[in-house]
Design a protein around this ligand. Structure first.
Ligand code: SAH
Ligand code: SF4
Length: 419
C-alpha cells in the first residue's frame, strides 16, 4: 500500500516558493550565468569567482534553501542576494511513498513572471546498492509515440534548467540525502554513498528537443564541486533525435539510452513516429559514432514489450542482428497500459522467451526488477483479463507496495549507468 502525504502547506520551503515566484533562481545557472547575475547586482568582479564557489557549495553540496543559511557569506551580500534571487524549491503538491521505498513527487513550479505554473512528476527508485531518480525534461511531449501516455498530452513547454535541476534537489531534500549540514564549507564531501546515486532523463518529454536546458542541467549533475554524480551514472533517453546525439555526448559525456522498440522502419514509423524523420539506419549510425562508446560505456536500447506487435522470436533475432557491433545493453520494458491505449503488454512467457534469446546472444539480464517474476507476470496479464481479475492483480501489486506504473517505471530505469 502506498502512502500519500499532503505536504503542500506544511513546508517552509513551499511557503517561500510562493513568495519567491518572481525572482530568478540561482538553481540551474551555470557559472557563466551566475557570474553575470552577480555582477548585475553589484558584486565586485574580482570577488565573483570566490562567491560562485561559495554559492555552488551551499546550493549543491549542502542543499540549503535560504541565503540566510550561508554563514560564511557576509550579511550584507546575503541580503542583496535575498532581494534579487531565490534558491527556493518548487512546491511539493503530493508525495507518495511505496512500501518498498519508491517515491513519487508531484511538484509545481511557479511561472517566474510568465505563463502558468506547471506541474511535473519525479520518481525515485531505490535498488540494491544504488538509487535512481527519473527526471522530466518537458511538460508533455510534442512527439506522439503510439504506446506512450505522455505522447497523448500536448507539449505545454520545455522545462528550464532550474526546473530540471530542482527535481534532484527536492529528491535529496526529501530523502535527507545531504551530508551533515555543519557549516564547514571546507569539509570533504563524499560523492559516494548517496541515496540519489543515478539519474535518468526518462520522465516526461523528449530531452533532445530541449537540449540547451538539458545540457546545462546534466553538467550541473556531474559538476565535481556540486552534486558530483559520475557521468557514467547519468543517462539520457531519447526517441532518436539524431542530429543532437553526438552533441549531447561530446558536451556532457553522459550515458545514452535509445527508445528503439522496433527493428523495422515500417513498425517503428508507427510506434515512434520520429522514425519517419530519422530512420533506423541514421539512428544506428549516430549510435555507433556516440562519443566515448566502448564496452565499458554501452548504449542502452529500450524495447517495450507489446503483445503481438514486436514480441516474436523473429523480432528478438532481428534485434540482436540490428545491434551487432554496437556495445549495447537491452532493457525490455513490460508495456504499461493506460486508459484508451491500443496495445496490451506481452504475456510473461513471451517476455521470458524473448529475454532468453537476447540473453543467449550475450546481452545479460535484460529485465531487472527487484521484485522478480511473479510481479512481472501480473503485468503480463493486465488488460487481457476481466475487470475482476484486473482488480485482483492490482491488489496483488498493492500488497507488495507497487502499482502498474511503478513496474513499467522500474523496468525503464533498472540497470542504467554503472553500479
Ligand atoms: N522521450 C524520451 C524519454 C522519456 S520516455 C524517450 O522516448 O526516450 C522513457 C521510456 O519509457 C522510453 O523508452 C519510452 O519509450 C518508454 N515508455 C513510454 N511509455 C511507456 C509505456 N506505456 N509502457 C512502457 N514503456 C513506456
Ligand atoms: Fe513518450 Fe518519449 Fe515518445 Fe515523447 S518521445 S511520446 S515521452 S516515448
Amino acid at each position: 500500500m502506498s502512502i500519500t502525504l499532503d505536504i503542500s502547506h506544511s513546508s517552509p520551503a513551499a511557503e517561500k516558493a510562493r513568495t519567491d515566484t518572481e525572482k530568478p533562481s540561482l538553481i540551474g545557472m551555470n557559472r557563466e550565468d551566475m557570474a553575470a547575475a552577480l555582477i548585475a547586482v553589484g558584486v565586485a568582479e574580482r570577488q565573483v569567482k570566490m562567491r560562485i564557489q561559495q554559492l555552488w557549495h551551499w546550493i549543491y553540496v549542502r542543499g540549503v534553501t535560504e541565503f540566510s543559511a550561508m554563514t560564511n557569506v557576509a550579511k550584507e551580500l546575503r541580503a542583496t542576494l535575498e532581494r534579487h534571487f531565490t534558491i527556493a524549491r518548487p512546491e511539493i503538491i503530493a508525495e507518495q511513498v511505496s512500501r518498498d521505498g519508491t517515491r513519487k513527487w508531484l511538484m509545481r513550479f511557479p511561472p517566474r513572471g510568465a505563463g502558468k505554473p506547471v506541474e511535473i512528476e519525479t520518481v525515485y527508485i531505490p535498488e540494491e546498492g544504488r538509487g535512481t531518480l527519473c527526471v522530466s525534461s518537458q511538460v508533455g511531449c510534442s512527439l506522439n509515440c503510439s504506446f506512450c501516455h505522455t505522447g497523448t498530452q500536448m507539449l505545454v513547454r520545455n522545462l528550464t534548467a532550474e526546473e530540471i535541476v530542482a527535481q534532484v534537489l527536492v529528491a535529496r531534500d526529501r530523502l535527507g540525502d545531504y551530508p551533515d549540514a555543519t557549516p564547514n564549507q571546507d569539509a570533504a564531501i563524499p560523492s559516494e554513498g548517496r541515496l540519489v546515486s543515478n539519474i535518468v532523463m526518462m520522465g516526461m518529454g523528449e530531452p533532445l528537443y530541449n537540449v540547451d536546458n538539458v545540457k546545462k542541467a546534466l553538467l550541473i549533475f556531474t559538476d565535481g564541486d556540486g552534486l558530483s554524480l559520475s557521468k557514467r551514472r547519468v543517462t539520457l533517453s531519447t526517441s532518436g533525435v539524431v542530429p543532437k546525439i553526438a552533441e549531447i555526448g561530446e558536451e556532457t559525456g553522459c550515458m545514452l539510452a535509445i527508445s528503439l522498440h522496433a527493428t523495422r522502419d515500417d513498425l517503428r514509423d508507427v510506434l515512434v513516429p520520429i522514425n519517419k524523420k530519422y530512420p533506423l539506419k541514421e539512428l544506428l549510425e549516430a549510435c555507433r559514432a556516440y562519443p566515448g562508446l566502448s564496452n565499458a560505456r554501452r548504449i542502452t536500447f529500450e524495447y517495450v514489450m507489446l503483445k503481438g506487435v514486436n514480441d516474436s522470436l523473429t523480432d528478438a533475432r532481428d534485434l540482436v542482428k540490428l545491434l551487432k557491433g554496437i556495445p549495447a545493453k537491452i532493457n525490455l520494458i513490460p508495456f504499461n497500459p493506460w486508459p484508451g491505449s491500443e496495445y496490451d503488454c506481452s504475456e510473461w512467457d513471451q517476455i521470458e522467451t524473448f529475454a532468453q534469446f537476447v540473453n543467449d546472444a550475450g546481452y545479460a539480464s535484460p529485465i531487472r526488477t527487484p521484485r522478480g517474476r511473479d510481479i512481472l507476470a501480473a503485468c503480463g496479464q493486465l488488460k487481457s483479463e476481466t475487470e475482476r481479475l484486473r482488480k485482483k492483480e492490482r491488489e496483488a501489486l498493492e500488497s507488495v507496495g507497487l502499482n502498474e506504473a511503478d513496474l513499467a517505471m522500474r523496468a525503464m530505469v533498472a540497470g542504467h549507468g554503472e553500479d
